[in-house]
Design a protein around this ligand. Sequence first.
Ligand SMILES: *Cc1c(COP(=O)(O)O)cnc(C)c1O
Length: 414
Amino acid sequence: MSTVPDEQGHFGPYGGRFVPETLMAPLEELAAEYARARTDPTFAAELAAILRDYTGRPTPLTFARRLSGRLSDEAEQPIRVYLKREDLCHTGAHKINNTLGQMILARRMGKRRIIAETGAGQHGVATAASAALFGFACRIYMGREDMRRQALNVCRMELMGATVVPVESGSMTLKDATSEAIRDWVTNVADTHYVIGSVVGPHPYPMMVRDFQSVIGRETREQVVAAEGRLPDVLVACVGGGSNAIGIFHPFLGDREVAMIGVEGGGYGPPDQPHAATLSYGEPGVLHGAMSYLLQEEGGQVALAHSISAGLDYPGVGPEHAYLKDSGRARYVWVSDRQAVAAVEALCRLEGILPALESAHAIAHLFRLAADVRERGDAAPAGRPLLIVACLSGRGDKDVETVQEALRAREASA
Ligand SMILES: *Cc1c(COP(=O)(O)O)cnc(C)c1O
């Protein structure tokens, strides 16, 4: 187990709390309640029961037989790939592991009003579903432009009783919605809990969301040992804010033989074209209450990120990933929009699984890994197959139109 963060939420030089004075008290209250809940067996029992009965956990660890065959051919060495199926969670992605944990905390703190911001709407849908389950009032802040692009998710949230509040300021996207949500929290903090959707923001969110998502890695560990009798050689996961990646990585951090690769959104191709490869091309800076790597313009302004997948389209990244990068314990790479779309097609055809565009970034990197194995001959030790677990963070129904558009554009330019 890692010993980070410290009491103030520092992961080495990263993390912490860079917030206005008015937010210090609610963050302290949340940290204190979470510290109590963490050691309270009734909290753990309730969360485990909800994850089982409502979310559908444990999610399967699926051996991808035909994908493994394709990659083994490419590598000229045996490769075995397993997929951790977070796409089979209720509401279609890993995000609900976190939102349900935060609902139990909100109830413990006597807060019955839930707010969140959302970009693509996946976190908004998970929050709306979780709030409905607990009977809480729910308000989701969403940029007007994002509401237009993600009309289906707006409809899902409203059906579940949430009020979706259009944000008209700035670029009318996630960054502006976040500012509105924070304003609401400051005003209504007595009865309101603010649900952050990834391992970002001020302490204790990066630690707390990591702990809630670590169920992914704990299950994976048991399942892969049951299936293969050993730990994997490599874990691969996509990184937006970094919650599904840290969730699968965290229970393996102490196992030095397990390599970890986080895959960021390479957009049109960094560094010259717009992208979201924060850890590869960013610099340390402060965004949304914490110190981490950050995409910045020359003058230190936060740069606009781009990725074809809305969940990776973020100029920041969770502070623990910054720490893991600097320490060398995990490695971070990027995959372009184009490669991600090709990976969606590949997984559909080889396995009959339609992945989210975010998750497709992790799948796309497997093909690069296989090519590296062939070129460098650096397969697994002792002549055994290279054993890989990729986190399939979500299902791709939400992305069908985007993928279709990208395929048409590709055909037109071919
Ligand atoms: C939101 C989302 C992501 C990115 O968020 P992380 O915090 O980096 O996990 C990845 N995959 C899916 C399916 C998502 O909905």
